[in-house]
Ligand binder design. Sequence first.
Ligand SMILES: Nc1nc2c(c(=O)[nH]1)N[C@H]1C(S)=C(S)[C@@H](COP(=O)(O)O)O[C@H]1N2
Ligand SMILES: [Mo]
Length: 316
Amino acid sequence: MPHYHPPKIASSEITPKSLYMRRREFIGAAAGSFTAMALGSQALAAPLAAKPSIYKLDEKLTSKEDVTTYNNFYEFGTGKDDPARNAGSLNTRPWTIEVDGLVGKPQVIDIETIMKEIPMEERVYRMRCVEAWSMVIPWIGFPISAILDRVEPLGSAKYVAFETLVRPEEMQGQAGLFQALEWPYVEGLRLDEARHPLAILATGLYGETLPNQNGAPIRLVVPWKYGFKGIKSIVKITLTEQEPPSTWNRLQPSEYGFYANVNPEVDHPRWSQATERRIGEADGLFGGARINTLPFNGYADEVASLYDGMDLAKFF
Ligand SMILES: Nc1nc2c(c(=O)[nH]1)N[C@H]1C(S)=C(S)[C@@H](COP(=O)(O)O)O[C@H]1N2
Ligand SMILES: [Mo]
């Protein structure tokens, strides 16, 4: 059962209210590993070995504290501190990814198989959110091609679609009356973008397995694109002929493109994309040092040729 679509019932609706409130207090009060034990089988952060990065970056790493407490993961709430507070309830074992669509060998791949059989590499990348803040993160992961090669895409496959888990009883942002987004969160890449060696599926950061709030057990990282392309907690990958839908584009196409390549010359309709706030750096009057945003987030030499002949402003 690789793909779990339970009915939309909040745990507060199926558990007596008093018990639910007490459980929330209890979970909130318990710390770290104790919370994990109380909730069952989600994996704790564990050391994760990786080959050193072949892509060097001469920039200061964002602290692990900031990387793991300032997050966007609307399945756990819309506040930046919600995911770190709420994502402990997600069970990341067992976990499978269904890979299907235009492939010769569709299959369901277990996360344990991925961790055992695919060599992990460290990749220190800039991460630029469309909201104009950024980080430098030491990810651990592997090129998406390692998965694509296993399923043998057909000649007709042109795009790769990704889907996040739907499990409202463990993802409180998917439960209850207010739903920030349409679930599942979906994203996509052109097949040649997905096959670019810079595009990875990440399984860890800072030398350990991914914390839940960062998209455990496996998430996409495409460093030359805005952060919303980096879909978390992936359960399904589908090869398609047509451009697949993407969550933010579907919600507001005038503000969030399918391509979403970082481009300081194309402003968001409501703010400039020319500069960014590097999280954790020299907090000033406006809450953080502003630095210039680079075309393709600084990866133009590697990836610009993917877009030869395209009007990049038009294809935001
Ligand atoms: N499933 C899912 N994936 C998601 C999001 C989300 O809300 N849900 N937010 C995106 C956005 S807007 C950003 S900036 C990055 C943030 O990744 P981080 O919290 O690990 O830094 O995750 C992306 N992936
Ligand atoms: Mo973002």
